[in-house]
Design a protein around this ligand. Sequence first.
Ligand code: NAP
Length: 289
Amino acid sequence: MSKHTEGMLRTDALQDKVLIVTGGGTGLGRSMSKYFLELGAKVVITSRKLEVLEQTARELESETGGKVLPLACDVREYEQIEEVISKTVGEWGRIDGLLNNAAGNFISPTERLSHRAFNTVLDIVLKGTTQFSLALGKHWIDQKQGGTMLNIVTTYAWTGSGYVVPSACAKAGVLALTRSLAVEWAKYKIRCNAIAPGPFPTEGAWSRLLPGELKDKFDPARRVPLGRVGEHQELANLAAYLMSDFSAYVNGEVVTIDGGEWIKGAGEFNNLERVTPQMWDIFEQMRGK
Ligand code: NAP
């Protein structure tokens, strides 16, 4: 039996760590937070909608028996980020890790976007991530305390992608931030890594990126060599490892978890999978053995 939907790490892997998860009230942020709690962490979940966060916090506490602090924070507002940091320290005394997961994205031909819509995505994804990293980095350096940052990007952070251009620009920036700070702040014992997920079903991503009939027309599972979308636990396992001390020597890395999706798009001859065995027989005969 495959173990890919099971928790991977020992149950004390994040014992007593205080972790902040942006966008922690929904989707992948919620799933990663849940696993962090199962591994002994205390988790602050933040986003704009306090009611959503409070509801998720109640559910996660009852599902895991862990401690969750829901705090409203728009990552575009630096003062709100500073407030999250000071409230977390006030509540739990310290912060050990930050998961920059909050994002905004939608599909559109780029020429149809207003500059405001373009900027909104840049502001949430790039500015939001840089601001949270800057504020917490300053705090850690001030406190002479190390910490772990983990940024959620996408595989088109390095390939680029049409129809999600603001997101592609922003995620590429986040990847540059990850690799830059990994080197510059290593001397402060601050590690910085990223995860590039392929398709993982969430209400948020699916409704904005695959609206209406697109879900059936462009079934993401069909693009993936492994023939399926990701399970949230698979991502949570990776995120928990990169947040934990077990990955203490991993720094400046971006780990792709996409079933081979992006590399399939990159390989010139990969679409030959559509050639049937009978056709291969014919090609072989034409070539001569
Ligand atoms: P999601 O549920 O929509 O998560 C996005 C979260 O960001 C929400 O909780 C949202 O909460 C929060 N957010 C948006 N704007 C914010 C702001 N200004 N300030 C603070 N929080 C804000 O979607 P998801 O699929 O779980 O995505 C999570 C992460 O995975 C994103 O970084 C996304 O790019 C990445 N990713 C997802 C996939 C996938 O297939 N699902 C693939 C590749 C990468 P509020 O609305 O309450 O603010």
